[in-house]
Structure formats: structure tokens, C-alpha cells
Design a protein around this ligand. Sequence first.
Ligand SMILES: *[C@@H]1O[C@H](CO)[C@@H](O)[C@H](O)[C@H]1NC(C)=O
Ligand SMILES: *[C@@H]1O[C@H](CO)[C@@H](O)[C@H](O)[C@H]1NC(C)=O
Length: 223
Amino acid sequence: MRSGDQIPIQSTTRNRAMKRHHTARYYAHRVKESLTARITKLICSIFLFILFVLGLIAFILWLSLRPHRPRFHIHEFSIPSFSQEIGYANANIIFNVTDRNPNHKVGFYFDAMQITVNYQEQNIGNVILLFPFYQEPKNTTILYGNIGGAALKLSGELWQQIVADRTRGTLTFSLGLSSSIRFKIFAWISKRHRIHATCAVGVGSDGFILPSYKDKRCPVYFT
Ligand SMILES: *[C@@H]1O[C@H](CO)[C@@H](O)[C@H](O)[C@H]1NC(C)=O
Ligand SMILES: *[C@@H]1O[C@H](CO)[C@@H](O)[C@H](O)[C@H]1NC(C)=O
């Protein structure tokens, strides 16, 4: 039993010695480890800082280059035949929409512009307006046109309806513009995107756009 009692004491002493020994090695190891950790941390910090600066530069570049969509405004829309009472066969629609490139550095390449006129969800006219054109930054293009003759698909029945609606007040048309567009940033040219602008138009009984619809911005979306 005594020798059995002594064994734990001896082993404890040995353990203490071993612990002290381990501790010294442990500290040496830790110093080495902390040095490595510090260097790793430093490298990581430098790397993150470089990444941050690059990100900041990219963000500033993006802010100054980011393409704004073209801005369309409707200025004129009229059916002059209303005041002349010449009937649907000789009716025509005159419109004037401006298309502005609001960017400083981004140019637009437009393909031919397709114009569509709807009256209460019914398509009544289509015309292709411009040949493909390049729009410089900060430039405004006037999209002015006349839809008449065969381009104006007015039946006698629809014309009767329009004339009858006219006596009740406002007539609501919508003028749609659609084209494919490419963005030019320095020498880089994007792929084609389809752009659509839709201008809501209220027309008074005199056949002219109502003041509340004039010079209004037309919402733009891409497909
Ligand atoms: C179209 O509207 C714009 C802006 O109001 C105007 O400057 C331009 O002269 C108009 N063009 C025509 C042909 O009426
Ligand atoms: C817009 O572009 C046309 C054709 O490139 C050019 O003749 C006109 O001067 C430009 N307008 C402005 C305001 O830069």
C-alpha cells in the first residue's frame, strides 16, 4: 500500500518537471507562432488595403462612367384633321419626341427607331423613323415624324369611335419607340440591347396634345 501511495507522488513530481520542460518549449513555440501570425496578419492587412484601394478606384471609375439610360420626352402629338374634319382616310398624326444622351463619356449606337401608336390598346400606326445613328454624349436627337396614309391603320369604324370619344373629352393615345441600342465606352462597344420608351399622350378635342402631357418624360425599359 505504501509503495502504492508513493507512486502518485513520484509521478506528480515527474509530471511537474515535464510540465516545466513543456512550458519552456511551449513558450518558444508560441513566440515563433506569434511571429508567423504577425507576419501573416501584416501581409493580410496590406493585401486587404490594396484590395480596398483598387475597389475604391473601380467605384469612382464606375460612378463617372456608369451609363445612364437615354431620356425620351414628348413635345408634340397632334391629329390636325380633327380641326379640319377631313375624315379618317386623310387623317395623320404628327409627333415630336426628343431623345437625349445624358452621359459624359458613354455614346449610344441606335438601330432604326420603330414608332408605334396605340389608341386604347389598339395599334393604329407604325413607322420606322431613322436610319441607324450614333448619338454622342450630351447630345439630343429630335425624333419628328408624320404618320399618315397606309402607315395609319384607321378603319372607318375606329375613326367613328375616336370622333365620338373626342366629344366626351380627352383621348388617350400611347406612342411607343423601340430600337436596339449599343453602349460605347472609350473603344469598347457593348452587345445589342432592346430599348423601349412609352409616352402616354392625352389629346384634347382640338386634336392637340394636352398641356399636362406636353414635355413629359417617357418611361424607358429594356428587354
Ligand atoms: C421638337 O421639339 C423640340 C423641343 O421642344 C424643338 O426644339 C424642336 O424644334 C421640335 N422640332 C420640330 C420639327 O417641331
Ligand atoms: C449632336 O450630334 C449631331 C450629329 O453628330 C451634331 O451635328 C450636333 O452638333 C450635336 N449636337 C450637340 C449639342 O452636340
